[in-house]
Design a binder for this molecule. Structure first.
Ligand SMILES: [Zn+2]
Length: 437
């Protein structure tokens, strides 16, 4: 195995221009989200690369203009040997004011061992190094016994769950690696759910009636939905502090379970008492919680706050949780992902990482969310393991180290060679898939 890893390492160094080339091609596709609906060309490029690698591919539309490409390379003895799923997203976040970029965002600039361009760290870099790893194995003539699956998805940056559409089609594997930004650490993640809290008055009042709603003897039992929302926000802060004190999870800083009031909308215009107010919140939770549980906790707490208010008691806040797209529905869900520290594949990945990088593998929790949560929720043991730093993801002059990209490819190629030649143990049980929506 050491010999093989050395061969892989040597070939990776020799062929590094090809790795840069794949990344250059991927970055040149302006797959920015929002607006999204622009990944077809990029996806057909990935499809061609997979076809050249001997994969069979299928594709489907997530939204018009956004396609998912899924490939399968059948192993020689699929039934008895471990399978692997590689997953990545093709969409990237907006560039913002291009004038603030020193380097052109959709052209790769190489400078002092760094590659600049939108998506280099999140996560076209990881896509490129994953495809390159497969090419290395092909060139070395290594045929794996277990199946390899590759999912090139879109929609991740807008919570559009392209990966969920893959698992909804029944795609499974013994282990999965999502090559999203993790600085070559092995990560699980907390979960995120967004929600809307709405306060709505049954009556609409003229601004001129305000004094009768707030002063002694006024006689109008009305309220400003905006002012009542202030109470709701206070209630959310109370619950957030309570969670910070009472909840914890290994590898997460205390207080990671936040409730962010991210957007507020309300009122008609200055001539009215606001009869409706809507608050968009973003909730982070730990891997030992489900989004249903945290949503329920928030509802119960806020309804208790409302019960203590004479007007809200009869006009309780309304809740709408999650959604399938931040663009289409203004809502999203990312399930949490726990790392199974005893999983056989994790041991192999850690070992390959250490062999290649000469550094001990770090297993930890990401401070962000990725599609890996959908794989875990579908019962596929998964980790996030990709090149690039979170500080660079979404940033102006986004960049990745070429050295790290190469290292990712080497580790991945070595891992695939080993894992997909490992016999399945008889005790292997597929975890029950959890329904998400
Ligand atoms: Zn990403």
């Amino acid at each position: 195995m050491r010999d093989l890893q050395e061969k892989i390492n040597r070939l990776a160094e020799e062929r590094q221009e090809r790795l840069i080339d794949i990344l250059r091609t991927l970055v040149a596709f302006e797959t920015v989200s929002p607006p999204a609906r622009n990944t077809e060309e990029a996806q057909s490029y990935v499809k061609d690369v997979l076809l050249n690698l001997g994969f069979e591919t299928e594709e489907w539309e997530l939204f018009p203009g956004d396609r998912i490409v899924a490939g399968t390379k059948q192993g020689e003895r699929s039934e008895e040997y471990q399978s692997l799923l590689l997953n990545g997203h093709m969409d990237v976040v907006a560039v913002g004011d291009e004038a603030s970029w020193k380097y052109p965002p959709f052209v790769i600039t190489e400078e002092e061992g760094l590659l600049y361009g939108r998506g280099t760290s999140d996560m076209k870099g990881g896509m490129a190094s994953s495809l390159f790893a497969l090419e290395l194995l092909q060139e070395l003539g290594i045929k794996q016994k277990g199946d390899i699956f590759f999912q090139s998805v879109t929609g991740e940056e807008a919570g559009e769950a392209g990966t969920k559409s893959c698992v909804d089609r029944g795609m499974k594997a013994d282990f999965a690696i999502v090559a999203d930004t993790s600085n070559l650490e092995i990560h699980g993640q907390g979960g995120v759910i967004t929600g809307w809290i709405t306060i709505k008055s049954k009556e609409t009042y003229h601004d001129g009636l305000r004094s009768r709603m707030i002063h002694a003897g006024g006689g109008i039992n009305g309220a400003s939905a905006i002012e009542k929302m202030a109470k709701v926000i206070e209630g959310l802060q109370e619950l957030e502090r309570h969670w910070a004190i009472t909840k914890s999870y290994p590898e997460f800083p205390m207080g990671s379970t936040t409730i962010n009031p991210s957007v507020i909308e309300g009122g008609r215009n200055a001539a009215f008492i606001a009869d409706e107010c809507r608050l968009w919140i973003t909730v982070h939770f730990y891997p030992n919680e489900t989004y249903e549980e945290v949503a329920k906790e928030i509802e119960e707490h806020i309804l208790a706050v409302a019960m203590a208010d004479p007007w809200m008691k009869n006009n309780p806040p309304l809740f709408k949780w999650g959604g399938k797209s931040m663009i289409e529905e203004r809502g999203e869900v990312f399930p949490a992902l726990d790392v199974d520290h005893t999983h056989e594949a994790l041991a192999v990945l850690k070992e390959q990482h250490q062999t290649v990088s000469k550094r001990k593998a770090v297993v930890s929790m990401s401070s962000t969310v990725t599609d890996a949560g959908w794989l875990g929720a579908a019962g596929i043991p998964a980790v996030i393991y990709g090149p690039g730093k979170l500080d660079d993801a979404h940033a102006v002059d986004e960049k990745v180290e070429l050295h790290q990209l190469l290292e990712h490819s080497k580790v991945l190629a070595g891992f695939i060679a080993k894992w997909c030649s490992t016999e399945r143990s008889n005790t292997h049980d597929e975890a029950e898939a959890r329904a998400i929506y």
